[in-house]
Design a binder for this molecule. Structure first.
Ligand SMILES: Cc1cc2nc3c(=O)[nH]c(=O)nc-3n(C[C@H](O)[C@H](O)[C@H](O)COP(=O)(O)OP(=O)(O)OC[C@H]3O[C@@H](n4cnc5c(N)ncnc54)[C@H](O)[C@@H]3O)c2cc1C
Length: 301
């Protein structure tokens, strides 16, 4: 392993870190480095160093949509959650809000609600970051993060910050063309003025419904599979008779059959085997091919 002390990175550089400490599913082996740049300059330096040292890298937000293999990854993971800023610019009927990609989406929505700025409240309580949300085009209750997005600033593969307007990014259902080597450093949203009480009422509704529907009491990665032609994947898992089906401590949630929960000491391998079994059973019994919404890291070999 190289000596990161010589890299000149101002933020924390942790070595040989277990990802299970960070992923919402509470599984995942070690990564070579977990790096927290302090600011944009530090991020650019980090990327330059990793490229010079020929170390592969990826970006991670709150790790709420990834399953990392138990064997881990011989790679660096860069996390920009310590780069936090937001700026509001008033426009006629609302505000253009710039925010760092590492900021918590939930906190961002709450902060804007307190200012009477609306547009993202149906995404309230999605546990990721703004950057992770944009990469996944996260959404709920019929709304997607890209609906109110104006532009992003991305660090590309060459270590350059490039502004991109929303019209130049082809968002689709739970997907964006942002590459694994690109980092969403900041985003600008166009949020509209709305009565604070109305915003709060919508957020309460969303939170209450989530509590009712989602197994929030267990570690999970949210929905495992994407909807198929607009039909929610949980219906297919349910029809295949897999409610409560488990491999080790990886378990199809009794409450929501598109969630796999870690009921204790599940491994990433248990979860991967359960995902593969669900896909096979659903295909054989119903003829529907499910595809993962969750990202599987380190399972390629
Ligand atoms: C209980 C629970 C409920 C959930 N509910 C929903 C829901 O209702 N709707 C929904 O859409 N999702 C939901 N999710 C899934 C998840 O929260 C979202 O996909 C979220 O947007 C992921 O954000 P993150 O910061 O955790 O991303 P991560 O999981 O850290 O990363 C996901 C992807 O984004 C990339 N990424 C992360 N940050 C950046 C960045 N700054 N720049 C470039 N790429 C980046 C990563 O490399 C990876 O490819 C849920 C998850 C849980 C655990």
């Amino acid at each position: 392993m190289q000596n990161p002390g010589k890299w000149g990175i101002k933020g924390a550089v942790l070595q040989n870190v277990l990802m299970k400490r960070y992923t919402s599913m509470k599984v995942g082996g070690p990564v070579s480095y977990l790096i927290y740049p302090l600011n944009e300059g530090d991020l650019l330096n980090t990327i330059g160093v990793l490229q010079n040292e020929h170390i592969k890298y990826r970006f991670v937000g709150n790790a709420t949509n990834i399953i990392v293999n138990d064997k881990g990854l011989g790679e660096a993971v860069v996390r920009i959650t310590r780069m936090r800023s937001s700026q509001h610019k008033k426009v006629k009927d609302g505000a253009l809000v710039d925010v760092s990609g590492g900021v918590s989406l939930k906190g961002f929505i709450k902060d804007n609600a307190q200012k009477g700025l609306a547009g993202l409240e149906r995404l309230y309580w999605i546990p990721g970051t703004v950057g992770g949300g944009i990469k996944m085009n996260a959404g709920s209750f019929g709304a997607s993060i890209s609906d109110v997005l104006e532009k992003v600033r991305i660090v590309d593969n060459n270590g350059k910050i490039t502004p991109l307007a929303k019209k130049d990014i082809s968002f689709d259902y739970r997907t964006s063309p942002v590459k694994p080597s690109e980092c969403i450093v900041s985003a600008t949203f166009y949020l509209k003025n709305r009565d604070k009480k109305e915003i709060a009422a919508d957020m309460d509704y969303v939170y209450t419904e989530r509590r009712k529907r989602h197994p929030m009491e267990y570690p999970s990665s949210g929905s495992i599979f994407k909807s198929v032609n607009g039909e929610s994947a949980w219906q297919f898992v349910e029809k295949a008779g897999l409610r409560g089906f488990r491999i080790g401590d990886a378990c199809v949630s009794e409450k929501h059959t598109n969630f796999i929960v870690n009921a204790g000491h599940a491994t990433a391998q248990d979860i991967k085997m359960l995902i593969d079994t669900i896909k096979k059973e659903v295909f054989e019994k119903i003829g529907v091919l499910l595809s993962e919404e969750v990202e599987l890291w380190g399972f390629d070999e």
